[in-house]
Design a protein around this ligand. Sequence first.
Ligand SMILES: NC(=O)c1ccc[n+]([C@@H]2O[C@H](COP(=O)([O-])OP(=O)(O)OC[C@H]3O[C@@H](n4cnc5c(N)ncnc54)[C@H](OP(=O)(O)O)[C@@H]3O)[C@@H](O)[C@H]2O)c1
Length: 361
Amino acid sequence: MKVLLTGANGYIGRRLKHRLLQEETIYLRLFVTHKQTLSIQERVEIVQGNTFDTQSLDRALEGIDTAYYLIHSMASHNYRELDRKSAQNFLDACIQAGVKRIIYLGGLGEKKSASEHLLSRIETGEILSSRPDAIQTLWFRAGVIIGSGSASFEIIRHLVEKLPFMITPKWVNTLCQPIAQSDVIEYLTLAASLSTHENIMVDIGSETMSYKHLLLGYADAVGLERTLIPVPFFTPKLSSYWLTIMTPVPYSIASALIEGLKSEVLLTNANAVKLFPTIHPLSYREAVNATVEEIKTAQVLSRWSDASGEAWETDHANLADAVFIDRQIIPLGDISAKKVFDTFCSVGGKMDGLDLIGFGR
Ligand SMILES: NC(=O)c1ccc[n+]([C@@H]2O[C@H](COP(=O)([O-])OP(=O)(O)OC[C@H]3O[C@@H](n4cnc5c(N)ncnc54)[C@H](OP(=O)(O)O)[C@@H]3O)[C@@H](O)[C@H]2O)c1
């Protein structure tokens, strides 16, 4: 099966790429806006472009059976309009190229109460699903994704680890159904070979809980005692500023997420259970434990800031959070600059099938 993965540099895309490469029957092509941000992988073809450049889309979709749509433009102020156009271009190009299936991951939420960000995710799904006569669309919808590097999870982690007492807005009592990132990746992977021909919306998530219990559940899992004090005067704007101070997530993402927290994000259908009976979503506690383990063993495959949008390039706080930086001036005596540079370039290689950064390549 020839598969195109868009958003292959993004948080979900990087992990899905890793998983799809394990599927013998899949021939993978990646669609990225900046080629140089990818490490070269075997069995992978790369097409550079974007959804506003229709020629690059045509190149990317040539001969493709199934196309994953993991694109959003959250970094731009007019993301809603961009995302509508992007989805329409993608749909048109897929139909033109004879693609059989689009697999899209969006967010949970009802149109009537959705925030601007969630509305945009819903609109994208509606556009991608608007031509069932010409192409099938499997539309997955997830709420908070529990995984190291996911923006929502990093917010939870930073708040809980830094603050013994938290004054919180009222929205902490809103209900949600979180899901482990590993389960999201499994649903998306199995979706490629799902035997069905109609458009389907698949809501995915585990147990229902409030955001308050997400915070307290994380504290409990890592052995911390935390107290939450909800107060009525904490506005979304104030909360967003607070998050940008306390966490590495920038204002544009924090405010979009906070806005979304006011409305419940619960599953509205049982298609996940019906269509994917082999997947048993991890509980929140299990997902947190898996995530903490991933961080401890430095196996974090992707972060929310990985997408190559220029908006994050100055996000040094996030870099400092991801790696330990130790700067020292060491006299090198008579060791030549070339020798130092060659040694630096030799760093890299492969570990358990993962590409480490290879400066020399
Ligand atoms: N992450 C979560 O917690 C979460 C939760 C629920 C649902 N979801 C859904 O999952 C999907 C993927 O989210 P994500 O967190 O992985 O996003 P992300 O990390 O922000 O990645 C978005 C990707 O979109 C690509 N992109 C943006 N504009 C493009 C364009 N015009 N043409 C081609 N590519 C473009 C970027 O490509 P480059 O990097 O190449 O520039 C980037 O890799 C979204 O629909 C989101 O709503 C995510």
